[in-house]
Design a protein around this ligand. Structure first.
Ligand code: G6P
Length: 562
């Protein structure tokens, strides 16, 4: 039982608001449920027998069976399914047949695990829409929605595909489709180790992940940079150079922080590869009538590889004949398996709900993809080499910025009581303004808005007074002078300016009330540096305000429902 609770705790980061456990023992199934954290469930379970051979996470059961077309016998969709299974099972069918039979009668999305007192050693698991895997131990097997739940016990996992059902027992397992046709499945070795899903010496996963960024970016770039040729090597694109040359348009689709990195990707792709690029919220794209064809490359960006809207947007693009690529962190995730090809981020597990290291790895991966596309077109070898070299230096520069954490912590003390904060940036750093504001909102619950610095004149400028801190992301880049003028406009209205600037920027040193310096790099890579103080700022403010940094209220790490 301790094992199930431990697994549930490792999954808690994904943002469950309730959890439950079903225990099979002495010919009965006992069910415990509690709203809130796993600790509440533990309290609820107080006197439960400490050992049971078979138990399941009812949190998985709860994940959405949407109601369509079947007769209701109880209040929830899930209960309807359970009744269906029970009916077939008590008629004498083995549990796996009963579940398959029930699932054939229902529609909707689900990730379920079913146990029965009649087959105390069996778990039957099935997926459609929600991630699920079978983990293979020695003399014990597991069902989980995420490998981090079982890493302490095994690294060997089999990912279930859509419409598959698994019959899992301590010594063996079988995977079939719903028509009972057995499937040959490959066993994948998860390369994350346990330490990466634990906090180490850090107070929070978020801080650990912020501090890991020199390493996570290095891992994204490892083996991919070809300095001499001024280009990159990408083993997983699965598209020939000839076909990449036929791409006339790129659509990037994503949600949340991944959408912001997509915006940076758009700027990179248009500037260096000269390919018209658009960035679409996946939730919007999928329900419009998007114009894509076989000359459109649709790039989905997703840390988890499980975001329902991003997955659906990519499926829609595929249906219309587009080539699809995934920039995904979680190996073996649904998006990673469904796209034509992609670039894994290799940033390691991201547990903190607020995305940090995945964002900077996405920037690195987008730069790499831009180089690939650009070098097949107008980007010269010399320009290519310049970008490759700058990418190679990036991890060290990231470490330099992170060393300024104590300075950011001091700044947090001054900002912790703010009720509104405005983030402004231009060019490559406009998306960073959006991301900085999102980080603050997500974990400290302070209202924050990100805006293109010049666009401020068309609205937010009306909000500015001496109570409103304005964070400028203003490194020395092509639009720097323009941003300096925007800073002057804010100062003239009594605003308090915090500026992220390039080392030695004299103009802003005079104007800004507070500043954090970052080292110089190519314009396109400045976001990977300028975002770091903003991540730290949000973190330290949230800690000072006593917020739950790793599991902010109402948010989920991966949003597997639409
Ligand atoms: C959720 C998370 C965000 C993340 C977004 C997209 O909202 O809380 O941190 O940016 O989903 O997730 P993905 O896994 O697709 O990048």
């Amino acid at each position: 039982m301790a094992l199930v609770l431990e697994g549930l705790k490792r999954l808690e980061y994904r943002g469950y608001d309730s959890a439950g456990v079903a225990v099979v023992h002495d010919g009965r199934v006992d069910i415990f449920k509690a709203a809130g954290k796993i600790a509440m469930l533990e309290r609820e379970m107080g006197s439960t027998p400490a050992t049971s051979q078979t138990a399941i996470d009812a949190g998985v059961l709860r994940t959405a069976l949407t109601k369509r077309g079947h007769v209701f016998r109880s209040e929830t969709d899930t209960e309807v399914l359970v009744h269906l299974v029970e009916e077939l099972h008590t008629q004498g069918r083995p549990l796996v047949d009963a579940v398959a039979g029930a699932l054939r009668q229902v529609e909707g999305t689900y990730g379920i695990a079913v146990v029965s007192s009649r087959e105390p050693e069996t778990i039957v698991a099935a997926r459609r829409g929600s991630p699920l895997l079978v983990a293979i131990g020695s003399g014990e097997n597991f069902v989980a929605s995420d490998a981090s739940a079982v890493l302490a016990h095994t690294r060997s996992v089999v990912y279930l595909d859509e419409g598959e059902i698994a019959e899992v027992r301590p010594a063996d397992y079988r995977i079939m489709d719903l028509a009972a046709v057995e499937k040959e499945k490959t066993i994948t070795q998860v390369d994350w180790d346990l330490a990466t899903v634990e906090r180490g010496g850090f107070a929070h996963f978020m801080l650990k992940e912020i501090m890991e960024q020199p390493e996570s970016i290095r891992n994204t770039l490892r083996g991919r940079l070809l300095e001499e040729e001024g280009t990159v090597r990408l083993g997983g694109l699965n598209i020939t150079d000839e076909d990449l040359l036929k791409v006339q348009r790129i659509v990037i689709t994503a949600c949340g922080t991944s959408w912001y990195s997509g915006l940076i990707g758009e700027y990179m792709m248009e500037e260096l590869a000269r390919i018209p690029t658009e960035v679409e919220y996946a939730s919007e794209f999928r329900y419009r009538n998007p114009i894509v064809d076989e000359r459109t490359l649709v790039v989905g960006i997703s840390q988890s590889g499980e975001t329902a809207d991003t997955l659906a947007a990519l499926r829609e693009a595929k249906r219309r004949g587009a080539r699809t690529l995934g920039l995904v962190n979680v190996v073996g995730s649904t998006i990673a398996r469904e796209v034509d090809g992609g670039i894994y981020l290799h940033a390691g597990p991201e547990i903190g709900v607020a995305s940090t290291k995945a964002f900077t790895s996405q920037i690195a991966a987008l730069a790499v993809l831009t180089l690939k596309m650009g070098r097949l077109r107008a980007l010269s070898i010399l320009q290519g080499r310049e970008v490759v070299r700058a990418l190679g230096r990036l991890p060290d520069l990231v470490a330099q910025v992170l060393a300024k954490a104590p300075q950011v912590e001091q700044l947090a003390e001054r900002l912790q009581r703010a009720t509104n904060v405005l983030y402004l940036g231009r060019g490559y750093n406009f998306p960073v303004a959006l991301e900085g504001a999102l980080k603050l909102k997500e974990i400290s619950y302070i209202h924050a808005e990100g805006y293109p610095a010049a666009e401020m004149k068309h609205g937010p400028i009306a909000l500015i007074d001496d109570l409103m801190p304005v964070v400028f992301i203003a490194p020395k880049d092509a639009v720097h002078q323009k941003v300096v003028s925007n800073v002057e406009e804010v100062k003239a209205r009594g605003g308090r300016v915090i500026a992220i600037v390039t080392e030695g920027d004299a103009a802003l040193a005079k104007l800004a009330d507070h500043r954090i310096e970052i080292p110089e790099t190519l314009d396109l890579l400045t976001p990977a540096l300028s975002v770091l103080p903003l991540q730290l700022l949000a973190y330290y403010i949230a800690v000072r305000r006593g917020c739950n940094v790793d599991q902010p209220r109402n948010l989920a790490k991966s949003v597997t429902v639409e």
